[in-house]
Design a protein around this ligand. Structure first.
Ligand code: SF4
Length: 457
C-alpha cells in the first residue's frame, strides 16, 4: 500500500491511495494556500510514494508547510484546557472492533454472576465527581460513554421505549441492572454544576437517545442543551467512509448519520469538534475523503472548534487480537496526518495533538507539524487505557508549561471554545487553572477525584 500501513490483504477497498496529482503540485498548492483536493491530500499523506513507506525528505517538506500555516493562522501559542473525563458507563453492545472500552451489557445485570471489570455511574455519582473536580479548578467535563441498554433520553423517551415491542430497538429497563445510569438528560443535568462546561453526547450517543422514535437530532440536542449541554465531541466519526465503517464498526451509525447529527447540534447553537481515528485498516484515500467531509461540514456550520486526529491504539483491541491489523500508524504517518489536517482544513482554526495517544515526546513533536492545541488535563482516562495505551491519565499545569516552553512556544490555558485564554509562564510555578468556575490558580493535584467502585463491587 502506498501509505505504508500493513492492512488486512483480504479487505478489498474501492478507495485506493492513488491519484492523478503529482506530489510536487500538491506541495506547491499546500504552500501557497490553495484549497486542496482529495488527490492533493493523498499525495501529501503518502509523500507521493507508490510503494510502502514514506519519503523522509518529502515528509519534512509537508511538515514545514504545515508548521508555517499553523504560525500564520494561530501564532506561537499552544493551548490546553483544565478538564475532567467522566465516562458514565462501559456497558455497550455495539461491538466496534477497535474498542476495548466496552463490556457486554449483560454483565451488568442483577442476575449475572460472572466477572465484570466495568462500571456504571448514577447521575448522583457523576455530580459528585464533577463537584470534586470543580474544586480542583476544571473548566470542562468531557463525558463519552458506552450505549447502556437502559439509557433513554428523558422520561418521555423512556415511556416510548417501555411500550415499544420492536426487537430491533435495543432497550432493557433499568430495574434489570445493578446500577441505574438514569437518563441522558439526568446525567447532563447532574454534571452541569456551577456553570462548568459540559462537553458530551457524541452523534452515536444522540442516536441511542432517539432510538425507537422519529424525533429529529435537533429535538434531541435541544433537550440536552436545555439540560446543560454546552458542546458536542466529534468522536464516533472514526473514518467517514462506509466501506471502512463496515470493516471496523458495522454496528455503529453510518457516515451520513454522523454528519446529520453534528449538523443538527450546530443548528441548535452547540459548538462541535471533529475527529479522525486512523491507523487501522484504512488507507490514505480514506483519510483524505474523511478530511473532505469534515471540511464540508465546517463550510455548512462554522461550528467546529477543533479537529482531533486520534491514532489507533491497538494492543488490546479485537482488530489486533483477530489479526485484522498488525499494529497502528507509524510516527511518520502520525506526523503527516497532523500536517495534512492543518493544510487541508483551511476552515478549522485548531488542530489538536493528543498526549493520550502520542505520549509527551511525540505529542510535542506534533506541535511542530501543524498542531496548536495540546488537549487537556483529563484527570481520569479509560478509553485509551483499556485499548492498551500507556501514557497515563493526567498532565498538570506545571508539566504543561514546562513542556510547551521547552519547544519555544507559549503555554495558554483555554476555555473549551477557545474564546477565553490566559498565558502562563513556567517560571511562575506552581501553576494552576484560573478559567474554571471555582478555579483560583492553585495547582490541581492536591487530590485526584476517586472513581466510584465498579458496578459489580
Ligand atoms: S466505540 Fe463506543 S459504541 Fe463502539 S463498542 Fe466502544 S463504547 Fe460501544
Amino acid at each position: 500500500m502506498a501509505d505504508g500501513l500493513d492492512a488486512d490483504p483480504d479487505l478489498a477497498f474501492e478507495h485506493t491511495p492513488t491519484s492523478d496529482q503529482s506530489f510536487e503540485n500538491a506541495l506547491a498548492k499546500a504552500r501557497d494556500g490553495t484549497r486542496l483536493t482529495v488527490d492533493d491530500a493523498i499525495e501529501l499523506l503518502t509523500t507521493g510514494s507508490d510503494d510502502d513507506g514514506i519519503d523522509p525528505q518529502r515528509k519534512e517538506q509537508v511538515l514545514e508547510a504545515a508548521d508555517r500555516r499553523r504560525a500564520e493562522v494561530v501564532g506561537e501559542e499552544v493551548t490546553f484546557v483544565a478538564n475532567l473525563n467522566n465516562n458514565v458507563t462501559t456497558a455497550c453492545d455495539v461491538g466496534c472492533l477497535f474498542c476495548n472500552f466496552k463490556d457486554a451489557a449483560q454483565r451488568f445485570e442483577r442476575d449475572h454472576d460472572g466477572e465484570n471489570d466495568g462500571f456504571t455511574k448514577t447521575p448522583a455519582q457523576s455530580r459528585e465527581i464533577v463537584d470534586d473536580a470543580l474544586d480542583m479548578g476544571i473548566y470542562e467535563v468531557c463525558s463519552v460513554s458506552g450505549l447502556h441498554p437502559a439509557f433513554a433520553l428523558d422520561d418521555e423517551h423512556r415511556g416510548v421505549l417501555e411500550t415499544l415491542d420492536d426487537p430491533d430497538v435495543q432497550y432493557t429497563p433499568p430495574e434489570a441492572y445493578d446500577v441505574d445510569p438514569g437518563t441522558y438528560v439526568e446525567q447532563i443535568d447532574a454534571m452541569n454544576v456551577d456553570g462548568v462546561h459540559v462537553h458530551s453526547m457524541t452523534p452515536e450517543e444522540a442516536y441511542h437517545a432517539r432510538r425507537g422514535t422519529d424525533w429529529s437530532y435537533e429535538e434531541v440536542y435541544r433537550r440536552l442543551r436545555d439540560a446543560g449541554l454546552d458542546s458536542v465531541p466529534g468522536t464516533a466519526a472514526e473514518i467517514l467512509v462506509p466501506e471502512v465503517r463496515e470493516a471496523i464498526c458495522p454496528g455503529k451509525i453510518g457516515a451520513e448519520e454522523w454528519l446529520t447529527a453534528m449538523e443538527a447540534a450546530a443548528n441548535v447553537g452547540l459548538d462541535i469538534t471533529a475527529t479522525i481515528m486512523y491507523g487501522h485498516v484504512e488507507n490514505a484515500a480514506h483519510r483524505a475523503v474523511h478530511l473532505q467531509r469534515v471540511r464540508e461540514l465546517q463550510d455548512r456550520t462554522g461550528a467546529i472548534t477543533e479537529f482531533v486526529p486520534l491514532s489507533f491504539i491497538h494492543p488490546e483491541t479485537p482488530l489486533y487480537r483477530q489479526g485484522l491489523v498488525d499494529g497502528g500508524a507509524s510516527d511518520d504517518e502520525d506526523e503527516l496526518m497532523i500536517a495534512v489536517s492543518r493544510l487541508f482544513l483551511d476552515n478549522v482554526e485548531h488542530i489538536q495533538s493528543s498526549w493520550v495517544k502520542y505520549g509527551d515526546e511525540q505529542g510535542l513533536k506534533m506541535l511542530s507539524c501543524g498542531a496548536d492545541d495540546f488537549m487537556g488535563t483529563i484527570l481520569s482516562e479509560e478509553i485509551t487505557k483499556r485499548a492498551g495505551g500507556d501514557y497515563g491519565e493526567i498532565r498538570t499545569f506545571d508539566q504543561y508549561a514546562e513542556m510547551i516552553e521547552s519547544i519555544g512556544r507559549v503555554p495558554v490555558e483555554r476555555s473549551t471554545d477557545y474564546r477565553k485564554r490566559r498565558k502562563l509562564d513556567a517560571d511562575d510555578a506552581p501553576l494552576g487553572p484560573l478559567l474554571g468556575p471555582r478555579a483560583d490558580g492553585s495547582p490541581m493535584l492536591d487530590g485526584v477525584p476517586e472513581q466510584p467502585p465498579a458496578a459489580d463491587d
